[in-house]
Design a protein around this ligand. Structure first.
Ligand SMILES: [Zn+2]
Length: 170
């Protein structure tokens, strides 16, 4: 089932997601729906609070350049190691139309559980490492505008002002 993506400034995007204690049917169904939603929106990753669930789960499109992308599910993820630094343009499904240059680690090594409650170690670099850092931020209530450079401050202010205007006219 394709879920509705929560847009900023919905307060759930500022909440810290809770750790998953048991991989229940709800978590399995949520993960399936998140993958479907991510594919439908052409996203590279999606965090649970972006679809209204305050749990530590995110999904990632691990082969974004292929015709039939494969997806991975990460439960209770934690970054173990990180190195390097890169600045690239980034977007977010909760901020449609906003793109900002964000500095991220170039490589990250991640620990998480999969749907079978197995420990997984996932090493990534470049685009996927960037997406992982972006999604883990979401699970901690952090959004990409929090990392923006000084020169994008005005762009963000304009974007947010526009959001306020569209909320008022509803
Ligand atoms: Zn995002």
């Amino acid at each position: 089932m394709v879920l509705k993506i929560v847009k900023y400034p919905d307060s759930i995007l500022r909440k810290r997601c809770l750790s998953v204690k048991r991989i229940s049917k709800e978590i399995i169904d949520l993960s399936d729906d998140m993958i479907e939603t991510m594919k439908k929106s052409d996203g590279l990753g999606l965090a649970a609070n972006q679809v209204g669930s305050q749990v530590q789960v995110f999904v990632l499109n691990t082969t974004p350049r292929e015709d039939s992308p494969t997806s991975e599910i990460f439960i209770n993820p934690k970054i173990l190691d990180q190195e390097g630094s890169v600045i690239e343009e980034e977007g977010c499904l909760s901020f449609p139309g906003l793109y900002l240059k964000i500095t991220r680690y170039e490589k990250v090594r991640l620990h998480a559980k999969n749907l079978y409650n197995e420990d997984i170690i996932y090493e990534s670099s470049g685009l996927l490492a960037r997406a992982i850092q972006h999604e883990i931020d979401h699970l901690n209530g952090v959004v990409f505008i929090d990392h923006a450079n000084k020169e994008d401050e005005q762009v963000i202010r304009d974007y947010l002002a526009n959001l306020d205007a569209s909320v008022e006219t509803k």
